[in-house]
Design a binder for this molecule. Structure first.
Ligand SMILES: [Zn+2]
Length: 325
């Protein structure tokens, strides 16, 4: 893939028309129905994704990008991602919102590359809950205990690969949500990874959250049109939008590849711990305790080792991307 000029790309979307990559492709956006949209076939051309192999008018299937009309989930580089706006079918073609192109597709397809390479040395791991806040519980398992164990295994994995690691808690004690990103700031962290286990009936699988971009819609909220749903706030964590999504993608991809768990995708939320993070940050939901099959796996040290190794591999993939010159 040809590296692209970040500044030009931003301008291209803002100004609706501008060449980005020395004439290799022109990415235009168009305004309709109150939003800014980019034609998906243009995205495919711009990022060299090959031919559309779908015969269905309302679906596109390119290498690294599969999308369907009216859906907010796409497959991007083999992993499910949740967009802020549904894919739009308009004038017989499929369009993606410019925000989603800029905040999700672009950082992932550039594989985290930035103009000025970033160093990754210090990582803060944040086992969720603690003390009298147990998180998800069943008759046999407690989230706060399992995620602390997972964090310690992950710490070992990362330290063995030469990274500096600190945990927000190393014992069973309650921390406020605000103190967790504050701890990362104190440690001068380059990355923040919060670890959780899920609960919700028979649902299963793994999902990774990163911060919703400013003016975009979180995954759990319905998209009600651009005017109705825009959150205009930009939070501390939004300074790292590009790295947040790349980190979430790398960790989710590595976890799904290693466990073959159901891919619930990279999702967006404004959880306090990722919203206030001073560095790129994600929150991993590494499986459902409420699902008997997944709970059985999560209760074995073997499986937790596998999760720890997969998250460590994801972090290294992230690092390789942002450190590339
Ligand atoms: Zn939790």
């Amino acid at each position: 893939m040809t590296p692209i000029c970040r500044r030009c790309f931003l301008v291209a979307l803002a100004a609706c028309l501008l060449a980005a990559d020395a004439g290799a492709a022109v990415l235009k956006s168009r305004r309709f129905e109150g939003g800014e949209y980019v034609l998906i076939s243009d995205i495919a051309y711009y990022y060299h994704l090959g031919r559309n192999t779908s015969n269905d008018r309302e679906t596109v299937s390119y290498r690294d990008l599969v999308a369907k009309a009216d859906r907010r989930e796409i497959t991007l580089n083999g992993i499910q991602h949740w967009l802020s706006a549904p894919i739009h079918f308009y004038q017989g073609k499929l369009w993606m919102s410019a925000t989603d192109v800029l905040k999700t597709v672009d950082p992932v397809l550039r594989q985290g590359r930035v103009a000025k390479p970033l160093a990754v040395r210090t990582i803060v791991l944040d086992p969720g809950h603690g003390g009298n806040e147990s998180g998800a519980t069943t008759r046999r398992s407690v989230e706060k205990t399992l995620v602390l164990d997972l964090a310690k295994r992950l710490q070992q994995q990362l330290e063995a690969r030469g990274l500096r690691v600190s945990l927000t808690r190393t014992t069973d004690r309650l921390l406020s949500l605000e103190s967790r990103p504050a701890f990362a700031a104190q440690k001068n962290a380059d990355l923040f990874v919060s670890l959780h286990l899920n609960s919700g009936g028979n649902a299963s699988g793994i999902e990774t959250f990163c911060l919703t971009p400013a003016k975009a819609v979180s995954t759990a909220a319905a998209f009600r049109g651009w005017q109705a749903t825009r959150d205009q706030n930009s939070y501390r964590g939004n300074r790292h939008d590009e790295q947040n999504i790349w980190l979430a993608h790398c960790i989710q991809k590595s976890l799904i590849r290693s466990t073959a768990a159901h891919d619930r995708g990279v999702r967006r939320a404004r959880f306090v711990v990722i919203r206030d993070a001073p560095c790129p940050a994600v929150l991993v939901e590494a499986g459902f305790l409420s699902n008997a099959t997944e709970e059985r796996k999560l209760l074995t040290a073997d499986y937790r080792n596998r999760l720890a190794k997969a998250i460590a591999d994801g972090i290294l993939a992230y690092k390789a991307g942002v450190e590339k010159k």
